[in-house]
Design a protein around this ligand. Structure first.
Ligand code: FES
Length: 343
């Protein structure tokens, strides 16, 4: 972190509005006798919010007087934490993380976009829209690289989505915080991989993602002895009963023995469970999906996004040629140990 200095242009004075002063006095009361100075950070923060989101030197002295602290102590705090802006900032102030995990995942490319679109660090664009600084780890390394813009985190940044983000903000749009790629919170990019069992369908609408989250909470709540129980194979469930009913009406479970869908290239056992849940049990069902069917599946089940075309081709290959992933049909038209795909 570079040296942080006070802005050369300072207002002559600062004092809290009556409302902010009353709020500050309430905060101070929350601390034990003799420990009132511990309120310094929230009170400095309120001073910054009152002063157009930057902290002038008179505000530092004002807060020091309020808490009966030496000026130098409050000055040290204000200049140490990058959450305190010591110069005017833009309407959108970007704090770009440049610490190792973010740097390894492309923060330097995002930094180049900041320089190109906004200018040098600390510079405020002429119309007062943007400013940026590089900061240390903001604790969202799992979705690196990331930046905080005002009060929100924007994660999984790429030069393209970051440019689009700045462009949207410039145009006054509400831009969705969090991962800027199709990632669920901080789960792996390809979707949650663990704690997929245990989610029970309930009456009423409930998304598959929600079911996974609830399953995770339930699993955490198990007594410690559960942790050493034999691991059961995951049994992912759709979790949204209305979605399941709609799917079953569309795909209709065929009679007879089910095919082993994991022989279709790209379908793993979790995907097979989910496909079975919506009524898909046979290679032939997959091989005959219409564009509408594929669109339905990819829209309702985001974890299958971009996969159905490949599965469809693999299922057709499996039926017609016995490859990839299995032997050719025998004379009776069935595959080794499998039923003939009759549906
Ligand atoms: S390293 Fe960037 S958020 Fe932690």
């Amino acid at each position: 972190m570079s040296v942080r200095r006070l802005d050369p242009n300072q207002p002559s004075d600062f004092e809290f509005t009556p409302e902010n002063l009353a709020w500050a006095m309430e905060q101070i009361k929350k601390y034990p006798e003799g420990r009132q100075q511990a309120a310094v950070i929230p009170i400095l923060w309120r001073a910054q919010e009152q002063h157009d989101r930057w902290l002038p030197e008179p505000a530092i002295r004002y807060v020091a007087d309020l808490l009966e602290m030496p000026y130098i102590r409050v000055y040290e705090i204000a200049t140490f934490y990058t959450m305190f802006n010591l110069s005017p900032v833009g309407r959108y102030h970007v704090q770009l993380c440049g610490t190792t995990p973010c740097m390894l995942r492309g923060a330097n490319e995002i930094k180049a976009i900041c320089e190109q679109e906004i200018g040098s660090q600390g510079h405020v664009t002429p119309e007062g829209v943007f400013s940026w600084i590089e900061v240390e780890c903001l604790g969202a390394c799992v979705n690196a690289p990331m930046a905080q813009i005002n009060d929100d985190f924007y994660e999984d940044l790429t030069p393209e989505n970051f440019k689009a983000l700045l462009d949207g903000l410039r145009k006054g749009r509400n831009m969705k915080p969090g991962p800027q790629i199709p990632r669920q919170c901080s789960a792996p990019v390809s979707g949650p991989k663990t704690l997929l069992n245990g989610a029970q369908p309930q009456a009423g609408a409930r998304s598959a993602e929600r079911a996974v989250q609830e399953s995770e909470i339930q699993n955490r709540a198990q007594p410690a002895v559960e942790a050493v129980s034999p691991v059961k194979p995951p049994e992912p469930q759709i979790g949204d009963t209305s979605k399941v009913e709609e799917a079953r009406a569309r795909f209709q479970k065929p009679d007879g023995q089910a095919d082993d869908l994991t022989e279709v290239a790209g379908i793993d056992s979790k995907s097979q469970h989910l496909l079975n849940e919506i009524g898909i049990y046979r290679y032939g069902q997959i091989g005959r999906w219409s564009d509408e069917d594929r669109n339905w599946i990819e829209t309702r089940l985001p974890r299958f996004k971009g996969k159905t075309e490949e599965w469809m081709a693999a299922a057709k290959a499996l039926i017609e040629t016995g490859s990839p992933g299995g032997a050719a049909p025998n004379a009776a038209g069935t595959r080794q140990g499998k039923t003939k795909d009759e549906d």
